[in-house]
Design a protein around this ligand. Sequence first.
Ligand code: GLN
Length: 306
Amino acid sequence: MLAMDLQAILDDIDAAIRPLLGQEGRAANYIPALARVPVARFGIALRCCDGREAAAGDADTPFSIQSISKLFSLTLAMQLLGETLWQRIGREPSGNPFNSLVQLEHEQGMPRNPLINAGAIAVADRLVSAGRGKQDVLALLASLCGEPLAFDEEVARSEADTGFRNLALANFMKSFGKLDNDVATVLDVYFHQCAIAMSCRQLARAAGYLCRDGAHPLDGSTLVSERQTRRINALMLTCGTYDAAGEFAFRIGLPCKSGVGGGIVAIVPDTLSLCVWSPALDATGNSVLGMRALEMFTARTGLSIF
Ligand code: GLN
């Protein structure tokens, strides 16, 4: 592994992806501020456990991390609450779109897992109850990547103005007594965490604790235990890309977490963390070319958890 020229591999992937830009998929159009992002963009970055980094394409362009933030709010909630977190949130893949309402009624307002919208809103509720909020998610991410970060307030506002489904999910859980706090307060945390702007390089660094048994990628301190880290990776593999999780496991074979901003974070345990970004999405809300690039990466390197 360490003998591979990772920079050359990323350069080759960038060269292979670039001619395909703009051909397939579309930017998320249900959040107006995201619909305006130019789709002809592609970035890829990785960071090895030994600190080596490689990047290609638009790896330093910030984008809206959207649902990738769910990994980090979950990490905070696991730190704060330990096992009690699972009294309110399940661990099963949903097999449904990320913003689906149907399962929630069958299961009395208990979200299937923390990586679909309902689950992440429930996690945000737990954070609020523990006296934490959007600034804590932002601070965690800034610490992990070692650089100052900010919310894109335009994206947060755009989502709040049009987040009818998220409002429905939150109210629905509230009606089952599964949210303790005010819906507006909880959604303000959720919309802001989704609206954090980061680049591939920053996200590849920030996700580094997930390939290092829970150790902070820059200072080595323990963020979560080894067991908790394995659990987060397991959730990424089974639930991180929603109703495409089977396809991701089949084609890529790594724990991945996607967002409708077009980013995907992937983890090779004990080896490296990487992030790809390209805004055009498929019908499941996953980046079309991001997925293709990850597939090329695992084919070329032979890295897979299987
Ligand atoms: N903020 C988005 C939403 O709530 C996040 C969804 C996603 O990235 N899959 O719809």
